[in-house]
Design a protein around this ligand. Structure first.
Ligand code: KG4
Ligand code: ZN
Length: 338
């Protein structure tokens, strides 16, 4: 079964062709970061326009690289939300129109479920498993009892992990989006010096990152500008090690309490080198774990994960066929965009 995936929830236009939910025949991502970085963040109106300008070419390229035509596609999967409404509308309307014209089933996909499904790409992962999902807007520990049901065990009570990375990176005058730049800076430090940030204490599986962000701000105010500049890399390293420790400890607790030993990472923040290293050090086969970490290109936003999600929803879960009532689906996009 071949699924065409379309993702336009934020500042990446992405189209992919996936076979049987796991094999990428093509995966195209056009990042708008070069445009938005001049403003230090995503401008929604600009994002929607750029999706419009790019999407048709990307669909053409993804099909060409997969060496198929749209007639060979079994179904079309598209991100329905959460995300920027105007951006979602572009991808959703293109997908809906293609489904309508070519009489293919349309499968609306939750973006977060898509991130989880990035772990099915290039692997033979089977549920049940635990997923640590950390993206720009969400931080969740999720239990997946089967292929399509997400049981959210805990989530952030304030900032998401990606948000904390981006805000602290801004304090360090790093370019948008700050996460990957902070990661690179941290890797230039051999140690954390005398800098330590405590793991925030919130109940069970929940997270809180706003205090950590404030702790970095207070540190910046306390030390001299010169020391801040000199020690920035060490501070970045201490900050990201604190996040890595936090995520690890929550997943470990979830694993102990659920007896699930199959662990996966997902979302843009899962691209972070310290988090990947910490999870790889701790969740080893020797310790009784099976860990899957998606390749970097499938951590940040892409359409391969959406097509994979579409496949599993089509196979095991509920899905809508060619929309009988396009207006209802349109309203759903609005409802799920927040
Ligand atoms: O999943 P994603 O691409 O988009 C959302 O669905 O939000 O995640 C984007 C987030 C941003 O906050 C970005 O700074 C962060 O992922 N990110 C990273 C790294 N690469 C991306 N954070 C830390 N280290 C990285 N290497
Ligand atoms: Zn995402």
């Amino acid at each position: 079964m071949i699924v065409l995936g379309i993702e336009t929830s934020c500042d990446e236009t992405a189209v992919a062709v996936i076979k049987d939910g796991r094999q990428a025949l093509s995966s195209k991502v056009f990042s708008q970061i070069f445009k938005h970085k001049q403003w230090g963040g995503v401008i929604p109106e600009v994002a929607s326009r750029m999706h419009l300008e790019t999407i048709n070419r990307l669909i053409h390229d993804a099909l060409a690289e997969a060496q198929i035509t749209i007639k060979d596609i079994t179904a079309i999967a598209v991100t329905q939300g959460p995300g920027l409404v105007g951006s979602l509308m572009v991808g959703f309307n293109v997908a809906k129109t293609l489904a309508w014209i070519h009489q293919k089933p349309l499968i609306p996909v939750n973006h977060l479920y898509g991130h989880v499904c990035a772990n099915f790409l290039e692997t033979d992962l089977e549920p049940p498993f635990l997923c640590m999902l950390a993206s720009g807007g969400h931080t969740q520990v999720i239990a997946m009892p089967d292929f399509t049901n997400m049981q959210i065990m805990g989530e952030t009570v304030d900032d998401a992990a990606g948000e904390a990375f981006d805000k602290v990176a801004r304090l360090m005058d790093l370019a948008y989006p700050g996460g990957p730049h902070l990661d690179k800076l941290a890797q230039t430090a051999s140690d954390t010096g005398s800098y330590r940030f405590p793991v925030p204490k919130v109940g069970d599986y929940n997270f809180s990152f706003s205090g950590l962000k404030t702790a970095v701000l207070r540190l910046k105010e306390k030390i001299s500008a010169e020391q801040w500049e000199n020690d920035k890399a060490q501070i970045a390293k201490a900050f990201q090690e604190c996040i890595a420790k936090t995520l690890f400890e929550k997943v470990l607790l979830a694993s102990q309490n659920t007896q699930l030993h199959s662990i996966v990472l997902a979302g843009g923040v899962a691209a972070n080198s310290a988090i990947r290293a910490r999870f790889r050090e701790e969740f080893t086969p020797e310790n009784g774990f099976n860990l899957i970490v998606p390749s970097l290109k499938y951590c940040t936003d892409n359409a391969a994960m959406i097509a994979s999600a579409g496949y599993f929803l089509y196979k095991y879960g509920s899905h809508s066929h060619v929309p009988a009532d396009p207006n209802t689906l349109q309203q759903e996009v609005y409802a799920r965009a927040s």
